[in-house]
Design a protein around this ligand. Structure first.
Ligand SMILES: [Zn+2]
Ligand SMILES: [Zn+2]
Length: 268
């Protein structure tokens, strides 16, 4: 199978999120929670042509996913997609020309079939996506307290799998966050822990899977190496570098890495 979909994570974490899914007929921007200036700087750094962004998808209305959207849209006049709940969740989103989608809907964008699925988060109506074309597939699931049945089905067997691995449960428990915030993060509408991600990876990864990208790592309650030490053994992968921030299976067919808050990452 020839890779036809490529992933550029421009920012991932509670200080801002943005990713570009590069398809055969254009690019899709997923979330825009960093400034346009930073977005364009990072896109240039990884060689992504933002003039080829022909669609924008929004996962949910938290500001770390939408704060840069209005300014971005001053220079973009293509379609924007989100659920009615997401659009209603921020007054400035409601003023933008969104095409409303249902989280059980399929879209055809940039030469890719895009399947939307519900996630579980403390917002109106959040979603994740599976992008697919010509046998290639990429899954995207972040900001979710657990992985819904629909998400499990949609994320199965993707060549590239972007999956949240937000916090280490012990670091969260002993860390500085107030009790209400700890309860929120570990709740069913919060964020996936490293242990949760590890527990579902074996059910999502198949022989078609080449890369797992851990998303939305907490800066206070996680570390890339802590995340990797937890999730890599679940798919029999071992350290691929000194710091154990990357892992690989012994046959070299599956790699795991972490997306960063401040540094872009490209997966071909
Ligand atoms: Zn977020
Ligand atoms: Zn969120």
């Amino acid at each position: 199978m020839t890779p036809e979909i490529h992933l550029h994570v421009l920012a991932s974490g509670s200080k801002g999120n943005a990713a570009v899914i590069e398809g055969p007929e254009g690019n899709i921007l997923v979330d825009c929670g960093i400034s346009r200036r930073e977005l364009m700087r990072r896109a240039t750094e990884v060689g992504v042509d933002m003039d080829r962004v022909h669609a924008v998808l929004v996962t949910h209305e938290h500001s770390d996913h939408v704060s840069g959207l209005s300014v971005f849209c001053n220079h973009y006049d293509g379609p924007l997609y989100a659920t009615a709940g997401t659009v209603a969740g921020r007054s400035y989103l409601a003023e933008m020309p969104f095409t409303l989608v249902d989280h059980s809907q399929d879209l055809e964008l940039c030469g890719m079939h895009v399947r939307c699925f519900p996630t579980s988060h403390d917002v109106n109506d959040p979603m994740g996506f599976r992008f697919e074309t010509g046998g290639d597939a990429l899954g995207w699931c972040t900001d979710t307290g657990y992985v819904t049945d629909e998400a499990m089905e949609a994320l199965y067997g993707c060549r590239i799998l972007g999956l949240e691995s937000n916090h280490d449960e012990r670091m969260l428990a002993s860390g500085p966050y107030p009790a209400f915030l700890k309860t929120r993060i570990r709740g069913e509408a919060g964020h996936l822990s490293n242990d949760q991600t590890a527990s579902i990876l074996p059910f999502l990864v198949t022989s078609d899977t080449e890369t797992v990208v851990a998303l939305h790592l907490s800066q206070e309650n996680n570390r890339p190496s802590v995340c990797m030490r937890t999730i890599a053994p679940a798919v029999c992968a071992e350290a691929a570098n000194d710091g154990f921030t990357e892992a690989r299976t012994s046959d070299g067919l599956l790699s795991l890495c972490v997306a960063a808050q401040d540094r872009p990452l490209t997966i071909w």
